[in-house]
Design a protein around this ligand. Structure first.
Ligand SMILES: Cc1cc2nc3c(=O)[nH]c(=O)nc-3n(C[C@H](O)[C@H](O)[C@H](O)COP(=O)(O)OP(=O)(O)OC[C@H]3O[C@@H](n4cnc5c(N)ncnc54)[C@H](O)[C@@H]3O)c2cc1C
Length: 509
């Protein structure tokens, strides 16, 4: 069997599907290979924020913006030493294109709430797709289908084939068979990040970090390995978003709205409902996602919450990061629990003290966790009852709290060196949140690329026939803050796909 397409795209997440739709709408024949049984990747798990400037929504609110201002503000998010490694020209070019990308997505039927403020952006720029990030995947998949593009799932790309220094084909495994597919115009790497790519993390960040998992367990860095094996240069590979503490995902999956989206509630229907009450519907979904993925606020530990392992022992200084996250990854099942006493429960039950947030959109308090995540939040009147109800293995919990309080009252040294922010834990209400783990959210390393998304060698020459987009083709950009990763995934996909136009073909909408 001969498999031959103009363009072959590795990965059906946000960037891969965007590139596929863009190329197919210009007449190219497109094959998208996805290793998982369903498309989506990390994009499909995300909140869905898209940060852009000069958008229609900003215009409707009378907000005047410019890509130059956005470039300046985008430089304020990461710590200075990380921002110093940014590819300024590439990020500026990307930010110039965000409004056009949002227009393109809206022409396909996607709707956004916002813009929402997100300081240090001086102007509101964060737009959130309604009702959640699955809408990107469903809309793009459907569009690709109508354009005649082929999406093959459970098809893992294993290696690239080069002839005369040009990438012209690849191998993928599908149903136990290895298939060779030829790409006449190019192979596009869109295989996502390496948040769970142990060997890449070990190599670029060190062995201690290799114990930390990625939120998306399937984000193993295949695209980065393929780029490197073809001779491509990888940049900023030791820059990661995290590790951060996050609660484990619910076994029964996401909340009702995201669940409905995942189960193919027609996007048009979901968005029609959303149009009626977009902000309030979005808040509902955002809160659902907050208690699913968002990390607990640092303030909780500053105010005295302690971390326990499965056996009920403290094991680290709760206010020392990333040592705290690395210590969690060394505990049984890499799990930890956060213990709140009565004073903390009361403090974190209303504004301005929240356990987690998507800033300015939604805030989750103790009651939200108890109501929406009964699998990870248990409240009791005593530590013994808490242990009996949720954590019989936590034999040491009572003793640990006793010792902790005693050490504070006796003003003796804390074995974990938490000199500050200690107070005795007491009262008639206790809340145990967990299990939580230390996770990488995403990674900032990617292949070096030029403005055509061609992967570059260390000497700056392009590898013919090989392109990288989304998290594979970050090109040295630092995209901290909410909404720039998805904006880049969609923008790089849209622009990369455009160059595979079939000569003589007229664009299809
Ligand atoms: C919980 C969470 C929330 C987030 N929320 C936001 C947000 O609101 N806004 C924002 O901007 N960013 C957000 N991010 C980050 C953002 O979602 C991602 O960086 C971005 O969507 C990545 O897009 P991508 O196309 O590069 O990769 P992905 O969407 O991960 O797609 C890669 C695809 O390639 C497939 N693949 C991998 N290897 C192979 C192979 N060998 N063969 C075939 N297929 C392969 C994968 O299975 C996957 O489907 C969030 C991240 C997390 C973890």
């Amino acid at each position: 069997m001969k498999v031959e397409y103009d363009v072959i795209i590795v990965g059906a997440g946000g960037s891969g599907l965007a590139a596929a739709v863009s190329a197919a709408s210009l007449g190219a024949t497109v094959l998208v290979l996805e290793k998982e049984p369903r498309p989506g990747g990390t994009t499909g798990m995300a909140v869905g924020s898209f940060t852009g400037n000069r958008t229609q929504q900003q215009g409707e609110q009378g907000l005047e913006d410019s890509w130059e201002d956005h470039s300046q503000d985008a430089a304020q998010f990461a710590p200075k030493e990380i921002e110093a490694r940014n590819n300024t020209a590439l990020r500026a070019n990307f930010l110039k294109e965000t409004a056009a990308t949002m227009r393109w997505l809206m022409e396909m039927g996607l709707r956004f709430s916002g813009p929402h403020p997100e300081p240090p952006n001086r102007i509101a720029r964060m737009h959130n797709v309604i009702p959640g990030a699955q809408a990107y995947i469903k809309t793009l998949t459907k569009k690709l289908n109508t354009l005649g593009g082929v999406l093959l799932t459970s098809a893992q790309v294993t290696d690239l084939v080069q002839t005369n220094e040009r990438v012209c084909a690849l191998h993928y495994k599908h149903k136990g068979t290895t298939v060779c597919a030829t790409a006449k115009k190019g192979v596009v790497l869109a295989a996502g990040d390496y948040a769970n790519g142990r060997s890449l993390i070990r190599k670029h960040k060190g062995a201690a970090f290799a114990l930390v998992e990625g939120i998306n367990a399937k984000a193993t860095g295949d695209g980065h390995r393929l780029a490197a094996a073809a001779g491509g240069q990888l940049l900023n590979m030791n820059i990661t978003y995290g590790p951060e503490i996050r609660f484990v995902a619910p076994k029964q999956g996401l909340g009702i709205l995201q669940w409905a989206m995942t189960l193919h509630l027609p996007t048009a229907l979901a968005q029609s409902i959303a149009r009626l009450t977009p902000q309030c519907l979005y808040r509902l979904v955002a809160k659902e996602l907050l208690v699913t993925w968002q990390h607990p606020e640092e303030a909780l530990f500053m105010d005295g919450a302690i971390l326990l392992n499965q056996e009920g022992h403290r094991f680290c200084n709760e206010i020392d990061s990333p040592e705290r996250e690395l210590a969690i990854s060394c505990q049984t099942e890499k799990q930890a629990f956060i213990l709140l006493d009565q004073a903390l429960i009361e403090r974190y039950s209303g504004w301005p003290h929240f356990i987690s947030t998507a800033p300015k959109i939604a805030y989750a308090y103790t009651a939200d966790y108890i109501k929406r995540r009964p699998d990870i939040a248990i409240q009791s009147r005593s530590l013994d009852a808490l242990r009996a109800a949720r954590a019989p293995s936590m034999k040491a919990i009572v003793e640990t709290v006793y010792q902790y309080n005693h050490s504070i009252q006796a003003d003796s040294a804390d074995p974990f060196d938490r000199a500050q922010h200690r107070r005795p834990l007491e009262g008639n209400q206790w809340l145990l949140l967990g299990p939580a783990k230390a996770y990488f959210t995403t990674t900032e390393g990617g292949a070096a690329i030029n403005n055509q998304f061609n992967v570059l060698r260390e000497d700056g020459t392009p590898i013919k026939g090989l392109y990288a987009i989304g998290q594979n083709g970050l090109g040295g950009q630092i995209l901290w803050g909410h909404g720039l990763h998805i904006a880049w995934a969609m923008t790089s996909g849209r622009l990369c796909g455009q160059q595979f136009r079939r000569s003589g073909a007229s664009p299809q909408s």
